[in-house]
Design a protein around this ligand. Structure first.
Ligand code: IMP
Length: 216
């Protein structure tokens, strides 16, 4: 096959740049939905796999081009993987509650939850001693090979512990609340470079790149 362009079903600049960099050795051009004048699909899947597939299938149906999408989240094992699919919405709600209750002026679009985040304090009390947590990413790739439409899913999981109070100011989202197994720093304390070597997203992306090398 000769794949020259991949549509990335995301408008997140960080993700677009990360994937552009990874695929640059293969001479592949990455286009976002926005580049193509397309809106976002409704993510109403029941898990990360379904949501990533919904996005990649949408981009493929609209463009006919090989399409890639990811979906990720933070999961607390003893809470049946909550917040999971709701990670983004739950994070915004926590920051809003923190502003409302504590009068702290936290930008609800930024990452840091604050040392005394009420939501995370409640979660910490609820889960007791079992702090096991993980991040998951699913990457879906939909493309046409001859006349066959292929759909591949690549998963990356990084296991560790929920940390309360949150620690560190780098990264984004739940990074201050998560310490990967075998480390003594949270994702937000270790810095992006170290995090990116072991993260759920890099594991899934590495699997995708291995696959891509074989089919391109
Ligand atoms: P997305 O599917 O990659 O946009 O991730 C959904 C939500 O999961 C984000 O808004 C974050 O709250 C959370 N999340 C996903 N990956 C990470 C990560 O690497 N660090 C911290 N939070 C993350």
């Amino acid at each position: 096959m000769s794949i020259k362009t991949i549509v990335l079903a995301s408008n997140n600049a960080g993700k677009i740049n990360e994937i552009k960099l990874l695929l640059s050795p293969f001479g592949v051009e990455i286009k976002s939905l926005k580049d193509l004048g397309l809106g976002d699909p409704i993510e109403n899947g029941k898990d990360f796999i379904e949501n990533s597939l919904i996005k990649a299938e949408y981009a493929f149906e609209k463009t006919g081009l090989p399409s890639l999408a990811d979906d990720s989240g933070f999961c607390i094992d003893s809470l049946n993987n909550f917040p999971g699919l709701f990670s983004s919405r739950f994070g915004s709600a926590c920051r809003k509650l923190q502003n409302d209750l504590l009068g702290q002026n936290i930008d609800i679009k930024t990452s840091f939850y604050g040392e005394d985040s009420p939501c995370f304090k409640i979660i910490n009390n609820m889960i007791g001693e079992d702090k096991k947590a993980h991040f998951t990413t699913c990457i879906s790739f939909v493309y046409k090979n001859d006349d066959e439409i292929k759909k591949e899913v690549f998963e990356g999981i990084v296991k560790g512990d929920f940390i309360y109070p949150p620690r560190g100011k780098e990264g984004f989202g739940y990074d201050p609340c998560f310490m990967p197994n075998g480390y003594d720093k949270t994702f937000a304390e270790m810095g992006m470079e170290a995090k990116n070597k072991i993260s759920h997203r890099s594991i899934a992306l590495a699997k995708f790149v291995e696959y891509f090398k074989k089919i391109k």
